[in-house]
Design a protein around this ligand. Structure first.
Ligand SMILES: C[C@H](O)[C@H](O)[C@@H](O)C(=O)CO
Ligand code: MN
Length: 418
């Protein structure tokens, strides 16, 4: 390790120690946190089943940056490249449409065997896997409804797909010795104001009940449900609203997935986590960045990211939280997007861990809001960057922007030749 990195780290360690913060211990804790890298950033949410299908479900990718992965091998190689530039050991989050198979298989007929290559790879790389049924970009979802569709035949197709997805997830958990988190998100909703808001919700609940009726050991698979305020084409009404899934998850013992882009523009998920975890057992995060709408921009070190990290750290909620990413930007290098978003998420957690939480809580309790504001603001310029640099070097990944030249090299040697 470069001497200058070590010197800066030692000085930072001394400053943090003055506030009772044990930096070595913080770094040990940080190394335990897994971030789930969403595979769909690598190919603009195309997938490998039904490749020719348009992206549906009211989500959109803009940009046509060259080099996106076109095969499972390319996607794995790209993920390896990204992971080599990110400190720590993490997970990869797959959608059902990323099945790696030569077979022409419908979504309701998917089996663990269609994901065997992913499992072998994950084992070899020491990664965990998470999973999602893909209830969009499909003929049977083209009118905007899936699990709450009025037509029972269509509903049954999606129920079977979700049941198949849970079995695949269970096989991941069994093979990899760590639970797979399966997230259920459906786009169902109306563009314009509906007359009947209740019936689709009754149908969605019934479908979910059927999907979850099969008992699966939570040491292999953990179910999460993801709400949304609106999507393209479902501006006026989404069946799986926040209130719907809060109620469903609480009554059924499921996790809630909070996507940072799925609420009103002035609403933040950081303010919701502690409330949920008072009543629910665990949560899933979709760390994303909405710009004016659910635009799924790459995660930056903005106030909300830091506030999410602080909530998890200050409330000791990390043990009950699964952290996943959910952004897709087709206008920049696909691997750089992963690296920027994931490094920022880890860095935000580190920053939050390097705050004098207990002192701040005491100050707040005593009513000394002047000191609270003063300390919080001063800590924003404490030398967390020196600790981050040391952590990256210790974990064997590039320090500071050193990763960028590696991505550019990979772009020249691999991506631009696709
Ligand atoms: C591809 C993901 O499942 C999707 O982004 C979902 O999680 C979501 O956030 C939809 O807006
Ligand atoms: Mn999401």
């Amino acid at each position: 390790m470069e001497q200058s990195i070590l010197n800066s780290y030692n000085e930072a360690k001394r400053l943090y120690a003055l506030h009772g913060i044990d930096v070595e211990q913080v770094l040990e804790q940080l190394a335990e946190i897994k971030i789930s890298l969403h595979c769909w950033q690598g190919d603009d949410v195309k997938g490998f089943l039904n490749k020719d299908k348009e992206l549906g479900g009211g989500i959109a990718v803009t940009g046509s940056y060259p080099g996106r992965a076109g095969t499972p091998e390319e996607l794995r190689r790209d993920l390896e490249q990204a992971l080599a530039l990110i400190p720590g050991r993490h997970k990869v989050n797959l959608h059902a449409i990323y099945a790696d198979t030569e077979e022409e298989v419908e979504l309701d007929k998917l089996e663990p065997k269609h994901f065997e290559n992913w499992v072998h790879w994950a084992k070899e790389q020491g990664l965990g896997l998470d999973f999602n049924p893909t209830c969009f970009s499909h003929e049977k979802a083209k009118d905007g409804f899936t699990l709450s569709h009025p037509d029972k035949e269509i509903r049954d197709f999606w129920i079977k797909h979700c049941q198949a997805s849970r079995r695949i997830a269970e096989s991941f958990g069994q093979a990899l010795g760590q639970p797979c988190v399966t997230n259920f998100w459906v786009p169902d909703g109306y563009k314009d104001t509906p007359v009947d808001r209740l019936s689709p919700r009754v149908r969605l609940k019934e479908s979910l009940d059927e999907i979850f009726s099969e008992k699966i050991d939570e040491s292999y698979n953990i179910d999460a449900v993801e709400s949304k305020l609106f999507g393209i084409g479902s501006e006026s009404y989404v069946v799986g609203s926040h209130e719907f899934y809060m109620g469903y998850a609480l009554s059924m013992g499921k996790a809630v997935c909070f996507d940072a882009g799925h609420f009103h523009p002035t609403e933040v998920i950081s303010n919701k986590l502690s409330s949920w975890l008072m009543f629910g057992d665990r949560l899933l995060l979709h760390v994303s960045r909405p710009v004016r709408w659910d635009s799924d921009h790459v995660v930056t070190m903005d106030d909300e990211l830091l506030e999410i990290a602080r909530e998890l750290v200050r409330g000791q909620l990390l043990d009950r939280t699964h952290i996943g990413l959910d952004f897709f930007d087709g206008s920049i290098n696909h691997i750089a997007a992963w690296v920027i978003g994931t490094r920022n998420t880890i860095k935000a957690l580190l920053r939050a861990m390097l705050e004098p939480v207990e002192t701040l809580k005491q100050i707040e309790l005593s009513g000394d809001y002047t000191s609270r504001l003063a300390l919080v603001e001063e800590f924003k310029s404490y030398p967390f960057g020196a600790v981050w640099d040391y952590y990256c070097a210790k974990q064997g990944v590039p320090v500071r922007e050193g990763w960028l030249s590696e991505v550019k090299k990979y772009e020249q040697e691999v991506l631009l030749k696709r």
